[in-house]
Design a protein around this ligand. Sequence first.
Ligand code: 5CU
Length: 376
Amino acid sequence: MASNTTVVDIHTHMYPPSYVEILQSRTAIPLVRSFPQAPDPRLILLQAEAEALDDALRDPAAKPPGRPLTSHYTSLDQKIRFMDTHRIDVSVISLANPWLDFLDASQSGAFGRSVNAEFSDMCGRHPGRLFFFGTLPLTAPLETVRGSIGQLKHLKYCRGVILGTSGLGKGLDDPDLLPIFEAVAAARLTVFLHPHYGLPNDVWGPRAAEYGHVLPLALGFPMETTIAVTRMYLAGVFDKVRDLRMILAHSGGTLPFLAGRIESCILHDGQLVREAKVGRGRRTVWDVLKEQVYLDAVIYSDVGLKAAIDASGADRLMFGTDHPFFPPLTTDEQGEWESVGLNAAAVAKAVGEGSVEAKACMGLNAVRILGLREKP
Ligand code: 5CU
């Protein structure tokens, strides 16, 4: 990556040891489990991995499910080493999926507080190099969630909250989420919207197990994000909470590519027209993409990236790596990761290596949008 440019990675995750302990205590997905057929414990996160988990529990010769839980997921030293290897100046770290979504209300509030404090401490050990997106205990009562937003607002390295698409269990168009969006926006915290749930397993067909993780990750994740944001748009969430700012993972899923079709379907929908939901002064999906949405650049190709830039603007795009996911499989994990190089090369190809736009996408946008130069 270019060495004369400030590089900021806004899409980079960790599972601190306290979170891994919870995963190790579980028997249902998400969980961490060791298998005789694998050297590292396995991190099993996705419902799409359920069949592989069952197979491995039944048959010790079966392929181990999930992914190896290496120190890249859990170690702060490893995160810094990864940043140094890839010449990343600043990282905005976040808890990886599925966050606190699976914890019951009696656990999520207290654990949320402690994991947010843990992220804050990690940033404090590398001032100026690390910031973080906090995590909300969405299974807890509203007052606990509000308390958590209050905590995050005062943590000096916190720049937002990472959020999945399930919200309180009914998705992000749920009216009961509005007070939370309002509180997040009032605290000037940016939402980093990230997928986890994908699409129902039967969409992938009876041969899904032959295709590894490709279908749920390459297609399920982006469609999930696209559906979540479209539902928010249709429910008027962006109009109701005008100060809400959202970074969409994976360059918005397929939203930049499909925004025109979504718009056309809205304009031609008899029900919406009859109910006067389509009329003068309506802010279109395009408007929301340019006014309230930011996109990461985790799309691995200039083709997708150009759609993201056309939709939201090169001034709203921010580089990311998705570390520790997508490690190299055939080369040393301590070396350069192809997945990181692909995202950096996509930026250079889309806007021109060394251009003003490239510098903006690689880091300066994140510095401006997330206030990373402000004295911590
Ligand atoms: O490989 C995966 O499953 C994932 C995941 O779960 N979350 C993520 O951010 N990237 C890849």
